[in-house]
Every structure is written in structure tokens, then in C-alpha cells.
Design a protein around this ligand. Structure first.
Ligand code: ADP
Ligand code: MG
Ligand code: MG
Length: 500
């Protein structure tokens, strides 16, 4: 089957203009890059977010499996977050070679020594996959790229792109194709589910504090200055207000350093409201603080520490943020680690999780797997990607660039800051990426992300999981020639699934 169907020039124009106007009218937008809008008076300009012209074909069974294992993945990362000793050993291995991780972990340990004010914890997670087809095999399966525990973005825009493609189908903007029908284009609940997760934390806080639902308790979004993907976050804010009557305020870490106050006696976090009142913060949702560049000065570090110390529920706490390290993913793929975290009654689910793993190697000189990792990275790098403990895209080193990169490090002790991962090579498809008003047609690869919501009580060892849900999905598509697929980092675009 030829997919996507070909377009006449007139069809292409109708599809492109219908898509653009729908995106602009429905807030499927980002702030423009400076190059696109050199003058942007009072930040009044927005531009259609990069999306695909057609929804991309995606095997229904693989999509179902990724969604089915999400609750199990949520539970795994909740269990990792609770196991300070296990996580501490992983963090120990990054000491002296990854200053950022070391500093976050030190902050966790320092605050832990004086005891945490809040034991409830919220995770808005996203597990990312590429499709994998073994040679000579008909079946395609999902292989995990990474698991995100902090700032998992694009939930709102991904809901909007599913709506967009359903709309374009409804108005007949797609030429007919056997693949394209309404059953193949599922509505994506990510926006509502993620907002419901934040609302659940807010409600839990109010119940804990024996407070009525009031306007003087808010959810705080911690954001980066000049964030271009602000509307993805704004949609969560608007949904929280409309569906859950829960107000939101947004601030950067630097702003919070001077605005936020923490009560010495109760650890309650308060911030001023622009109306002149003071409001209490139930939940701190981090869409910043995952990259070293989010902490240009001590001010931002101090603000992060104050937020962590407070009574507000954090999404995520420092320990859950660190549980999303690539090093944790690598360690979890070692033999018997899943068995360590789950009781034996989970054996069936454990094998389903393990089926999503691809080969991962440590890079230390002291273990057998580490020696193998070093050998592959230096002698045989063509099939591998080298990853530091960073988030946000654009940080990995690919294939033959790996040895030169490693040899440029100050010493081979610094290899330990990385993990080596086998490259997943998904089947290429065709689509058209619509970006900055241009249509770029060619070979593409899609990365499926599945969102998860977990709310748990860290003070309880078992049974403290209050909410555990699969929360919709994201399909991000990039040109085959690009190694990275991050939308915000400028490599890819938001897509939706056409299930086959
Ligand atoms: P980040 O936390 O910065 O998003 P990722 O692990 O997701 O880091 O890597 C960024 C991108 O690199 C992915 O979106 C994907 O396009 C590519 N990538 C990462 N790991 C692999 C892999 N094992 N095989 C193929 N591509 C990969
Ligand atoms: Mg990530
Ligand atoms: Mg990623």
C-alpha cells in the first residue's frame, strides 16, 4: 500500500492551508524562533507547531503493548524512587564524573537528613519507544529509547495533533486511502489525563491539609525563561482551571528565589498572586530544572532547594528526577534487577517489560559489562549511541563519532558518566513535515511516547500508590537523516498515529 496517498497541487494547497489554520485556531502553536519573527512585540506572535501533514502508520498491536505496559513502568519507577540505597549506588558511580547529577543527589541527601515535609509524590512520566523489526521477521516490536521522569512535554500538543488529523480526515482533505478511516485515528487523551494527574495531587494536598477547595491554593508551574513550547504548558493550565477549578501560576526558578516563601513552622509554600493576595502552593510542577543550563547561578540552585524542602507536592521530587537517569535505565536492564524490584507474582509482567529493552552497557573499567561497553564504544561503535546523563535532546554521540569523543575526555575515568546503547533501527516510512510554513517530504521515523501518571506516598513501602494510570501518547517524527528526534530541540515534529 502506498502511503501517504499522493496529492495534486490543488489538494496539497487545500490540505496545507486547512492544517495551518486549524493549528493556529486551536492553539497548536509555539513561540516563533527569532529567525522567523525578528520583531515580536510584547511576545504577541505565535506560529503553527511543526507537525506532519498526514498521521503516520503505526502497528496497532505495538501501540497497544506500549500502552499496556505503562502502569507497570510507572510502578517500576515508583519503586526505584523509594529505594534510596539502590539509587544511591547508581549515583555513587557518577560521583566526580557528572557534576550536575552529583549536585542534585547531594541536595537530596542534605534535605533528607532533616526529614521531608511532604511524603506524597507525583510523577508525570513518559516512556519512549522506537519500532524494531528483527531481520527476516514479520513482527515489529517496541524497544524503549528512554524513560522520562521530569518535564515530560508535548502531551497537550499531541492531543491537538490527533484532533487535527481527525479534522482533516473529516473534511475530506486527505485523498482516500485504505489506511485512513476514523477507527484508525484514535482521539488522544494525554492533555486531559496529565491535567487530571496534577489535579489529583492538588486534591490530595487539600485533603491532607484539611482544606476546602479554595482559590487561594494554586499549582505552581516552574518554567524556563523564554520557553518556546509555552502553549503546551498553557493548555495544561487552562484544562486545570476549566475541568478541575484549579488555578495555576507560572514562574522561573530565578523569580521564585525572590517571590516564594516557606513557613519555618509548617513548611507551607506561599507565593504572591498578581492580584495582591498571597496564595499557598499545593503542587510544584517542574518544566525546568532538568538541564545544567537551568541553573546559571547559585540563585536557581537555592530556589530548587527551597521548593524541595517545602510542604508542596513535587512533580517530580529530586529522587524521582534522578530515577530517570540513563544510568538507571542501563542498570535496570542488568540481570535480576527487575526481579529485585518486583515480587515473583509479577513474572509475566517482568518478561513483558524486558522484551522492550535493547542492549545497554555501562562504561566503567571495573566490571565485565563495563569492559565490554568500553571495547564496543572504542573498537566497534557503528551500531551504538553514547549517552550522557542529560535530558532535552541534542546530547548524544552517535556511531563513529564515539571513539574521538571519548578520547577527548580528560581521562578514561570520565567514561563512567556515559552509557552505551545499541541503536534501534526502525523501519523508515514516508511523510511530509510541515515546519515554519515549509513542506519537507521524505523518509521519516517515528518515536512513540506513552505518558504515565503516578501519585504515591513515599512514606509507605507497599500499597502507597494512590494513582497509577496510562495517560495517552505522543508520536514524534523526524527525517531519517536526523539522528535526534526532539521537537523542542528543532529536529522533529509532532505526529499522530494511523493504526494498521
Ligand atoms: P533525551 O533525554 O535527551 O531525549 P534520548 O535517550 O531520548 O535522550 O535520545 C534522544 C534521541 O536520540 C531520541 O529521541 C532518538 O531519536 C535518538 N536515540 C536515542 N537512543 C536511541 C537508540 N537506542 N536507537 C536509536 N535512536 C536513539
Ligand atoms: Mg529524556
Ligand atoms: Mg528523549
Amino acid at each position: 500500500m502506498a502511503y501517504p496517498p499522493s496529492l495534486t497541487e490543488a489538494q496539497k494547497q487545500y490540505l496545507h492551508s486547512s492544517l495551518t489554520d486549524y493549528a493556529l485556531a486551536h492553539g497548536l502553536v509555539v513561540r516563533p524562533a527569532d529567525s522567523l519573527a525578528p520583531t515580536n512585540p510584547s511576545n504577541t506572535l505565535a506560529t503553527a507547531a511543526p507537525v506532519t501533514l498526514f498521521p503516520s502508520l503505526f502497528p496497532r498491536e505495538a501501540w497497544m503493548e506500549a500502552r499496556d505496559v505503562q502502569e507497570m513502568y510507572n510502578e517500576l519507577y515508583v519503586r526505584v524512587s523509594r529505594d534510596e540505597k539502590w539509587l544511591g549506588e547508581v549515583m555513587e558511580s557518577l560521583k566526580g564524573v557528572d557534576e550536575f547529577m552529583e549536585r542534585l543527589w547531594a541536595m537530596h541527601l542534605k534535605l533528607r537528613a532533616s526529614g521531608f515535609a511532604q511524603s506524597l509524590s507525583l510523577g508525570l512520566f513518559r516512556s519512549d519507544y522506537l519500532l524494531h523489526q528483527a531481520e527476516g521477521d514479520e513482527e515489529v516490536s517496541i524497544k524503549q529509547v528512554e524513560f522520562n521522569t521530569v518535564s515530560s512535554s508535548f502531551g497537550a500538543l499531541s492531543t491537538r495533533v490527533s484532533d487535527l488529523h481527525r479534522h482533516l480526515f473529516s473534511i475530506g482533505a486527505f485523498p482516500s486511502s485504505p489506511a485512513l478511516n476514523m477507527d484508525a485515528l484514535p482521539a488522544n487523551p494525554a492533555l486531559d489525563e496529565l491535567a487530571a494527574g496534577l489535579a489529583a495531587a492538588h486534591e490530595a494536598y487539600l485533603a491532607q491539609q484539611r482544606k476546602q477547595k479554595k482559590n487561594n491554593v494554586v499549582i505552581l508551574f516552574v518554567v524556563q525563561p523564554g520557553e518556546r513550547n509555552a502553549f503546551d504548558q498553557r493548555w495544561l493550565e487552562y484544562t486545570l482551571l476549566k475541568t478541575h477549578s484549579t488555578p495555576v501560576l507560572r514562574h522561573t526558578l530565578a523569580e521564585l528565589h525572590s517571590l516564594a516563601h516557606i513557613s519555618p513552622s509548617t513548611s507551607v509554600l506561599t507565593i504572591p498572586h498578581p492580584s495582591g493576595t498571597t496564595v499557598e502552593v499545593s503542587t510544584v510542577y517542574f518544566r525546568a530544572g532538568y538541564a545544567p543550563t537551568d541553573f546559571p547561578t547559585q540563585t536557581e540552585w537555592d530556589a530548587r532547594e527551597m521548593l524541595e524542602r517545602s510542604m508542596a507536592i513535587k512533580c517530580p521530587t529530586l529522587i524521582t528526577h534522578l530515577a530517570g537517569a540513563k544510568k538507571v535505565q542501563q542498570r535496570l536492564a542488568e540481570p535480576n534487577q527487575l526481579e529485585y524490584f518486583f515480587p515473583s507474582s509479577y513474572s509475566n509482567l517482568i518478561s513483558r517489560l524486558r522484551r522492550t529493552f535493547t542492549a545497554l552497557y555501562p562504561m566503567d573499567a571495573h566490571s565485565q559489562p563495563g569492559k565490554l561497553g568500553r571495547h564496543l564504544a572504542l573498537q566497534n561503535p557503528e551500531k551504538y549511541v553514547l549517552k550522557p546523563q542529560r535530558e532535552g535532546g541534542g546530547n548524544n554521540i552517535y556511531r563513529t563519532k564515539i571513539p574521538t569523543f571519548l578520547n577527548s575526555l580528560p581521562s578514561d575515568a570520565h567514561f563512567d558518566a556515559y552509557i552505551l546503547m545499541e541503536l534501534i533501527e526502525p523501519p523508515a516510512a514516508r511523510n511530509t513535515i510541515v515546519r515554519g510554513g515549509e513542506l519537507l517530504e521524505g523518509g521519516v521515523v517515528g518515536e512513540l511516547g506513552v505518558y504515565g501518571v503516578a501519585l504515591w506516598d513515599a512514606a509507605e513501602n507497599e500499597g502507597g500508590l494512590r494513582v497509577n494510570r496510562e495517560a495517552g501518547w505522543l508520536l514524534r517524527t523526524k527525517g531519517v537523516e536526523s539522528e535526534e528526534g526532539g521537537v523542542a530541540a528543532g529536529y522533529g515534529c509532532v505526529d499522530s498515529v494511523c493504526l494498521v
